[in-house]
Design a protein. Structure first.
Length: 400
C-alpha cells in the first residue's frame, strides 16, 4: 500500500483537519504512488491520519480525501461527496440559475470547482462546468462526471481546466466536452430576476462570477436613482444589477471589447433602457483618473478587479494597485456615496485589504465608514480549518 509518513511533530495541521500536506512535512514515501493515487498518511509514530491524493510535482504533496480510516476512496466515495454538496446547495441557495455546486476543499473534493447553469426556460438546457485543478480529482475525473450527471440529471458537462495552477501539479491546461453535447455560444442563466448570457467556453473562470451573486443583489438594493460606476465590469454583472435596481445611469469600464459586447446583449435581453448605460472599452486605472480630472462624480462605485496577487511574491505590487484604484474611487464619490470594493487575491487577506483601503481613504483626505464586510455567497462555504479558501473579500463603505 502507498503510504506517506510525516516528520516528527508535522501532524499538527492534520490534527486540526487542515486538508493539505506540504512536501517539507514528509519524512518518507513507501511504495511508488502515481500522480493522483490514493495514499495513506501516517504520523511519525505510525498512527493513521488520513487518506489523500498524491501529487509528486506539487509543493502541496498530498490533499486529504478523508480523515476516516474506515472510508475507502472509490466510486461510491465520490458519489456520496457530490450528492452531499448538491444537497447543501438545494437547501441554502435560492432564486438563481447559476450555482457553485462544488467548492473544492470545503466540499471534501480538493482541487475541484463545479458551477451549474440551469436553463431559465424550456427552450434552453442546463450546463455543468468543471475545473480540475489537482492530480487527485484529475485521476478520478470519470467517477466525478458520472456522479455529477447522476445527481443533477444534467447530461452536459464541459471542462474549463485552463488554469495556471495545473502546471504546479504537472498537468496540462485543457478544455473540452466531458459529457453530453458541446455548449451553445451562450448559456442563459436567470439570477434574481436578471437574465445573463454566459460564455462557458471562452469566458473568465467558468463563464460567470457566480461568487458575487449576493453582492450583486446588494448593489441592486442601493442603486435606485444613483449614478453608478462599475470598473472591471466584465459582462456587466454589477451593471445589470444596478439597472435592475433602477439606477439613474450606469457607466461601465472593461478592457475586453468582447465582454462589453456580451454585456450590452444582456441589457437588451432584460429589456433595460440602453440609454441608461455607457460602456467604455478602456484601461480602468487610466479611465478612473481621466473621469476625476474631467469632473465626473458618482453616487455608487463598484471596484471588482481581477486577481492582482496570484502568489505571495506579488503582494507588494498588488497592494499598490489596490490602493491606486481605491484612492481614485474615493475621490470620484459624491458626499454620502457608496464604494463596493473587492479583492479576489488569496494572497491578500481581509486584514491587509482593509489596511490598503484605509490608506487610500487617508490619502484621499476623506472619512470612510465600513457599513458591511462582503464575501462570496453561501455556495462558497469556508472550512474553519482551511482559511486559504477565503479568496474573495470586500467592503461596502460610505464617505461623509
Amino acid at each position: 500500500m502507498n503510504t506517506i509518513t510525516l516528520k516528527p511533530a508535522k501532524d499538527k495541521s492534520l490534527a486540526r483537519r487542515h486538508p493539505w500536506i506540504y512536501a517539507n512535512a514528509i519524512d518518507r514515501v513507501d511504495g511508488k504512488p502515481a500522480p493522483g493515487a490514493t495514499v495513506t498518511v501516517r504520523a511519525h509514530d505510525g498512527r493513521f491520519l488520513a487518506r489523500a491524493a498524491y501529487s509528486p510535482q506539487s509543493q502541496i504533496r498530498a490533499r486529504v480525501w478523508s480523515f476516516d480510516e474506515a472510508e475507502p476512496i472509490d466510486h461510491a466515495f465520490f458519489k456520496r461527496r457530490v450528492q452531499r454538496a448538491i444537497a447543501h446547495r438545494q437547501a441554502l441557495v435560492k432564486n438563481t440559475g447559476a450555482t457553485r455546486l462544488i467548492f473544492g476543499e470545503a466540499d471534501g473534493l480538493p482541487g475541484l470547482i463545479v458551477d451549474y447553469y440551469v436553463a431559465d426556460d424550456a427552450q434552453q438546457r442546463g450546463q455543468l462546468v468543471c475545473q480540475f485543478m489537482a492530480t487527485g480529482v484529475e485521476a478520478w475525473k470519470g467517477a466525478i462526471v458520472d456522479a455529477l450527471t447522476g445527481a443533477t440529471g444534467c447530461p452536459n458537462v464541459y471542462e474549463r481546466s485552463d488554469v495556471s495552477i495545473r502546471q504546479k501539479e504537472g498537468l496540462e491546461q485543457i478544455t473540452g466536452v466531458l459529457a453530453g453535447d458541446p455548449p451553445p455560444a451562450t448559456v442563459i442563466a436567470n439570477e434574481c430576476g436578471v437574465r445573463y448570457h454566459v460564455d462557458v467556453m471562452n469566458g473568465h473562470k467558468t463563464g460567470f462570477y457566480v461568487d458575487q451573486r449576493d453582492n450583486r443583489m446588494l448593489v441592486a438594493e442601493h442603486a435606485r436613482d444613483r449614478d453608478v460606476l462599475n470598473c472591471f465590469c466584465y459582462t456587466g454583472g454589477f451593471s445589470l444589477a444596478a439597472m435592475k435596481g433602477r439606477a439613474k445611469r450606469v457607466v461601465s469600464i472593461d478592457s475586453s471589447g468582447e465582454a462589453l459586447a456580451l454585456a450590452q446583449q444582456n441589457v437588451l435581453a432584460n429589456g433595460f433602457d440602453p440609454e441608461r448605460a455607457q460602456w467604455l472599452d478602456a484601461d480602468a486605472f487610466k479611465t478612473l483618473r481621466r473621469l476625476y480630472d474631467e469632473g465626473e462624480r458618482f453616487d455608487l462605485i463598484v471596484l471588482d478587479p481581477p486577481k492582482f496577487a496570484p502568489s505571495r511574491e506579488h503582494v507588494d505590487r498588488a497592494a499598490r494597485a489596490y490602493k491606486d484604484i481605491n484612492l481614485t474611487g474615493f475621490k470620484l464619490l459624491r458626499p454620502g456615496g457608496l464604494l463596493f470594493t473587492y479583492s479576489c487575491s488569496g494572497a491578500i487577506d481581509a486584514e491587509l485589504f482593509q489596511k490598503i483601503v484605509a490608506g487610500a481613504a487617508a490619502d484621499a483626505k476623506i472619512d470612510a465608514r465600513i457599513l458591511k464586510r462582503l464575501c462570496a455567497g453561501v455556495d462558497h462555504p469556508l472550512l474553519t480549518a482551511f482559511p486559504e479558501g477565503e479568496y474573495l473579500k470586500g467592503l461596502l463603505l460610505q464617505i461623509g
